[in-house]
Design a protein around this ligand. Structure first.
Ligand code: SF4
Length: 348
């Protein structure tokens, strides 16, 4: 069976190439072609001897994505991609042009099995995990398409990164490597719905990756409904893991809190949130619910958002309200993919 070369960490690619009887510098050339230049065939690796190109072709393949749809926001600051993978599955990637740099939001799975109640990605369940290469290529092929250097990456698209732990860790290793795109760990944020062993595995790397946790509720009873993984990793396990993460990395944790009208937007919830996060190096990002037609939740009133935010602030919690970004281009995770599948179904 041919090896999926882009799914491997760089040290294994080196072993693979030296295992073919080639000197180590050839591995560095191959890595450069694959992970910096983004070529899609061994034939295109023009500084490799023809014999090596043929040898690689015989024992490995290069998986690469194809752009099948692009949507750009009216202000030109956000662009959403739908990529088709080798097996025909599709994933979403979002490019954001901001004052501080160029960010790509990547997917880590095709679909998701976590079932967070207000998320479009979870509606169709999990189709499969992405390989490390398929995660990496979302950054590389977006960079090639926009012709601007990507400075930041967030793992906040479709899928739960820690439900695909091995590929996520391999991706983080490759994307930060100086022979790859060399994006600094501080500029990469991993977002999780709260898989505690994943948080602990990331902490063990001892690097300064950002960590964002989808909290959405300060009580187990409510969080069990909104983020079902809470039944496996309840708040009394999740919050200590986050405290340990800040101790291991020195980074503050971002808690994402989607405000849903009548569910978790009251001052009682805000007070419980203050109690839960007391003394924790963190920041709360309030996200007024972005309506997804399939779910029966609705957006909170703007004055409720303000009251909630002011309460946290008054009690010493760093808090921001996420402004609507790219609403007109269905920027909530999973929505472009679902819209495209509906289109496809409509055509059949
Ligand atoms: S919010 Fe994230 S983890 Fe939860 S269902 Fe959506 S993609 Fe999965």
């Amino acid at each position: 069976m041919k090896a999926d070369i882009k799914a491997l960490p760089f040290n294994e690619i080196e072993e693979f190439i030296t295992g073919l009887g080639e000197p180590r510098f050839r591995a560095r050339q191959v890595i450069d072609w694959l992970f910096v230049k983004g070529v899609t065939s061994f034939a295109a690796m023009s500084n490799l001897p023809l014999g090596l190109r043929a040898k690689l072709d015989a024992c490995a393949f290069i998986a690469f994505p194809e752009i099948v749809a692009r949507q750009e926001s009216n202000d030109g600051l956000t662009r959403k991609y739908l990529f088709r993978l080798r097996d025909g599955e599709t994933i979403e990637t979002v490019f954001m042009r901001r004052l501080w740099g160029r960010t790509v939001c990547v997917s880590t799975q095709v679909g998701c099995r976590m079932g967070c109640r207000f998320c479009a990605s979870g509606l169709g369940g999990l189709a499969r995990n992405l390989t490390a290469g398929e995660i990496y290529d979302q950054v590389l092929f977006t960079q090639k398409d926009v012709k601007e250097r990507i400075s930041h990456v967030v793992l906040m698209g479709m899928g739960e990164p820690f439900d695909n732990l091995a590929s996520t860790l391999c991706f983080l290793q490759n994307i930060t490597h100086p022979s790859g795109l060399g994006i600094g760990a501080r500029r990469i944020t991993v977002s999780t719905c709260g898989i505690v062993p994943g948080i602990r595995a990331l902490a063990r790397l001892g690097r300064e990756f950002g960590l964002a946790v989808s909290l959405h509720a300060p009580y187990n009873a409510l969080r069990d409904q909104l983020v079902p993984v809470n039944r496996r990793y309840p708040l009394e396990e999740l919050i200590p893991a986050c405290r340990d993460y800040t101790a291991a990395t020195g980074r503050r944790v971002t808690f994402e809190y989607t405000l849903v009208a009548g569910l978790n937007d009251g001052l009682e919830a805000a007070a419980e949130l203050v109690r839960l996060l007391k003394g924790l190096l963190c920041h709360v990002n309030l996200i007024p619910f972005n309506r997804v037609s399939e779910r029966a939740y609705s957006a909170p009133a703007p004055e409720k958002v303000k009251l909630f935010r002011d309460f946290l602030k008054k009690h010493g919690i760093a808090v921001t309200v996420r402004r609507e970004v790219g609403g007109e281009i269905t920027a909530a995770c999973g929505q472009l993919r679902r819209a495209k599948s509906r289109e496809a179904v409509g055509k059949e």
